[in-house]
Write a protein that binds this ligand. Sequence first.
Ligand SMILES: *Cc1c(COP(=O)(O)O)cnc(C)c1O
Length: 361
Amino acid sequence: MIATTTKIHNFSAGPGILPIDVLKQASEACINFDNMGLSLLEISHRSKNYVAVMDEARQLVKDLFEVGNDYEVLYLGGGASTQFAMVPYNLLTENGFAAYVNTGVWASKAIKEAKILGNVKVIASSEDKKFTYVPKGYEIPADADYFHCTSNNTIFGTQMKAFPKCPVPLVCDMSSDLFSRKVNAKDFSLIYAGAQKNMGPAGSTMILVKKDILGKNGRKMLSMLDYNAHIKGESMYNTPPVFPVYVSMLTLRWLKQNGGVEWIEKINQTKADTLYNEIDRNSCFVGTVAKEDRSFMNVCFLPTKPEYEAEFDKLAKTYNLSGIKGHRDVGGYRASLYNALPLESVNALVEAMKEFEKKFA
Ligand SMILES: *Cc1c(COP(=O)(O)O)cnc(C)c1O
């Protein structure tokens, strides 16, 4: 069971919902961390108690991804957006090129940053249809320095259901579906995710990186942008975002103790099926993306008549539905079904949609 504190159903796209037990423990740690009589916010990141937090936070990622010591885990500041730059800065060679697939706003931003640092080939894109599908069937050039993709398109609501066979290091922005479903992490050389969608508060970004891809691009590296510097510092080259890392650790501990990714994937599947079934059944709403590419995390849908929107907004309030307004680029509604969102919240949204149809269709 996933429990919530309040009667508010939180579908926020990010920062998103966290498990209530995690929020309670995090609040307690702000006052008295580990029975030290001190706040987590006022102790050294080098103290024994905090180093244990960072170690566990890093180990939990390896456990949940089922990878060994050929991988390292980092928690850095700067958001996923800084990774748009750090990835090419560390992996792109002067005469080489990187291959990218453009599946949305975040992928476009990653491409923009990489182009500043070197050569980029966009080998597939769904921009022709406003990012409402995921391109498939493309070949990844075997001479690329790496291939970059975005597993879940947070804004438009598409998701890669499978990852292409990749002859070069596979790099993935998993910000909005990290640990929501089983992936074979050993197929990836680098995975990054801003914590605020599915694992913690804003302020830290998780990076899983296979060590053997680093240190090969011949660049003179700025320390703060060098993965190797952070690996050497055990993710404490400088002061890490101590509180966001702590809360992320608690969320990953919650996930692991409850049964891990396999456990949450089943619940996420049920949540997504429940909502998409209603969207397809209900005459007042319509989905916005290709069915086979529908995201299980960010469900986008439109009212079938524009005048429905104001009325449904009113009804949604009476059902305590929060954060379902669509992104300004899509309009309509976006319900984010992150790991900590319980099925009962999806049921509440579906009930509201049913009542709406009875009243207005
Ligand atoms: C939210 C998001 C980002 C941006 O994350 P920041 O931490 O705000 O930089 C990048 N990629 C994806 C897929 C996202 O959902």
